[in-house]
Design a protein around this ligand. Structure first.
Ligand SMILES: [Zn+2]
Length: 649
């Protein structure tokens, strides 16, 4: 736990343009910064960073937030990790709140395993390059694979001698606790307690975390003896979670973002060979089949993943199901296959860089199309197999969260499978209903006979007269200018006016309270009441309070409202100008005009509702309602006069 005052300190120190600027190239444009959005693929910049508000917002895809949001979304950090990142960036000491004994233990275990992994990395790299055995066996193996010295160094490949306990001896002599060495996966112990090297006689591939620190290792034997598994991986530890790590992510993340595309391969050497061939946006799921966490990690960086397959048709079919989960996360999935007998590694070695790039681009096939073709080819003329294949494909399509994309897939599959589109849609609806029922905790069975037709939605009593845009504007004025001081004239009993200085927010509360008005839109009402409550308690509130609010829905609204294209007022906030007398008069006028406009809309809505009520009312009621209606008509008229609008009576 981090103390709240320290979090506040970090938030205040963080400059959004500096934080975002570490990951996105930004150009100053007036009071703002502009760049290419890292969250979607675009050619013209629509990603805005506003230093004065401390926020970023993309007008292309709608991503928005403050420095912390940016780090959680872009760098895949948790809230606490983002605070720590910023504290480090701005040299702020984070006094931690008391940790429980378990937390302390985990923290210290995490730190000591991290130290071991870094030390082991250096040790194995040194053994590769400086010892005879390392050079003769390890280095020559890497060279045979076609890795250049530069590549070997970039990926920090290493070697562990065959001797059997060389690492253990050196590490223990260096003062490391054998328990920690074992937890880090570098040693095992015999029954009598003597340690032996888990990776002896193997070349090592360090698995780096997002920020480049080693979290685990893959190690390959160089013996052809089939008795030993080709690869050993570090066991899971406090630091290394297989299903959450991707091999190569540290080296790849920048170019994954730049190209808005991530290549996914099977092995360490595939990653390295492609990297050496100039394709750097490539990762591997090390030692596991693709997991949901890995898919989410990829999604942080790119909207599209392209899976490079080297297997034969049977192998591909087996892994198809696993890929469905990528669809569920809303990633675009493409598949690239290789000529018979080639894998990404061998292909990258036997072809030029531009040939590899061309192959990856030209052969990228949409996953669902790929799956449909594969299954249809497999089922041949067998109608039963064909029906099963269609069902499987429809199941995959039903996982795509985007409705438009889903219907495009249905069209495409209808052509490919030569099945009527309507038949596919009804098959898919069955699947969707089943999924829905499962979600509700049912048995997943579709009970067609009990499902009733949907009731037509109730007709609204009167049509929405559009008070929402008015409320939007009012809330925007409150958030953007509520803290500004304005001068409000009051009429006195002696027919003179006195001027009183107050904040725009206070003026607004006064005016709305006089007529007992509140926002109709629930979320606006919540924000308005929260603002008023805080002000009444004397809490300082300004435009940035809600843009970094912990309630995400409030934060989203605040950012939306404050970044709306509204030239005059936007400039006020961004230039931090001290308002002149004229400005404050303008502000007050803007406020009252907006409130009057809003009232007018409300009154008109009420009048329309009354008209319906009177039509259906008893005679007695109608008389009362008519009276009410006349009052509203008077209000409407006076409001319309104020606005100078002609309203037909
Ligand atoms: Zn965007």
């Amino acid at each position: 736990m981090i103390a709240p005052h320290a979090i506040q300190q970090v938030k205040e120190a963080a400059r959004v343009e500096e934080v975002v600027g570490e990951f996105v190239a930004l150009k100053r444009k007036g009071p703002r910064f502009l760049g290419l959005c890292p969250f979607h693929n675009e050619k013209t910049p629509s990603f805005n960073v506003s230093p004065n508000l401390g926020i970023y917002k993309c007008f292309g895809c709608g991503e928005a937030g403050d420095s912390i949001t940016f780090l959680t979304k872009h760098e895949h950090l948790s809230y606490v990790e983002a605070i720590k990142w910023l504290a480090k960036r701005y040299n702020i000491d984070l006094p931690e709140e008391e940790q429980s004994p378990e937390q302390q233990l985990e923290q210290s275990e995490r730190e000591s395993v991290a130290v071991v992994q870094q030390w082991a990395l250096n040790w194995s790299v040194e053994h590769l390059w400086t010892t005879d055995e390392g050079k003769r066996i390890g280095l020559s193996y890497f060279h045979e694979r076609g890795f250049s010295d530069a590549t070997i160094k970039t990926f920090q490949l290493g070697y562990v001698p065959e001797q059997g306990n060389a690492f253990a001896t050196a590490a223990i002599a260096n003062g490391f606790n054998p328990d920690v060495l074992e937890k880090a996966g570098w040693i095992k112990r015999r029954e009598d307690g003597t340690p032996w090297d888990f990776f002896s006689g193997r070349v090592t591939f360090p698995i780096l975390g997002l920020s480049g620190q080693p979290i685990g290792f893959g190690a390959r034997t160089l013996k052809s003896d089939k008795k030993f598994p080709k690869y050993f991986n570090s066991p899971e530890s406090v630091l290394y979670n297989k299903s959450r790590s991707l091999y190569g992510i540290h080296h790849a993340k920048k170019s994954i973002v730049e190209q808005a595309l991530c290549y996914l391969v099977e092995g360490y050497t595939d990653v390295i060979s492609l990297h050496q061939a100039g394709i750097t946006n490539v990762v591997a799921s090390s030692g596991t089949s693709l997991t949901e966490d890995q898919v989410r990690l990829i999604k942080r960086y790119a909207p599209t993943v392209s899976i490079l397959y080297d297997g034969d048709a049977a192998g591909m079919k087996a892994s198809l199901r696993g890929i469905d989960l990528v669809l569920k996360e809303g990633l675009n999935v493409k598949v690239v296959t290789f000529p018979e007998g080639e894998d990404p590694d061998s292909f990258a070695k036997s072809h030029s860089s531009s040939e590899v790039t061309a192959h990856l681009t030209d052969n990228a096939k949409d996953f669902l199309v790929f799956k449909a073709e594969l299954l249809m080819a497999d089922s041949g003329d067998d109608p039963v197999k064909k029906a099963a294949a269609i069902h499987e494909i429809v199941e995959s399509v039903s996982l795509v969260p985007d409705l438009v994309l889903r219907s495009l897939y249905i069209q495409q599959c209808s052509r490919l499978l030569q099945v009527n589109e309507q038949a596919l849609i009804s098959e898919m609806n069955k699947v969707l209903r089943k999924q829905y029922r499962k979600k509700l905790g049912g048995d997943g069975q579709v009970h067609e006979e009990v499902s009733r037709p949907e009731l037509a939605p109730a007709q609204p009593l009167f049509k929405d007269l559009g008070t929402l845009p008015r409320e939007r504007e009012l809330l925007r004025i409150l958030l953007a200018f509520g803290h500004m001081k304005i001068v409000v004239p009051f009429a006195t009993e002696e027919n003179t006016t006195v001027e009183e200085e107050m904040s725009l927010a206070e003026a607004m509360f006064d005016i709305l309270a006089t007529d007992d008005l509140l926002f109709d839109e629930p979320i606006f009402k919540e924000i308005y009441l929260d603002y008023r409550h805080a002000r009444n308690l004397g809490v300082e509130i300004n435009a940035t309070t809600y843009v970094s609010h912990l309630r995400e829905d409030w934060q989203k609204w605040a950012i939306d409202l404050l970044t709306e294209k509204h030239p005059l007022s936007q400039n006020w906030i961004e230039r931090h100008r001290i308002p002149t007398k004229r400005d404050t008069t303008d502000l007050l006028n803007t406020l009252t005009l907006e409130i009057d406009g809003w009232k007018l809309k409300k009154v008109m809505a009420l009048l329309e509702a009354l008209t319906f009520e009177i039509r259906d009312a008893t005679y007695e009621d109608a008389v009362i309602l008519m009276k009410k209606k006349r009052q509203y008509e008077l209000i409407r008229k006076s409001l319309a006069d104020l606005k100078g609008t002609v309203v037909p009576s």
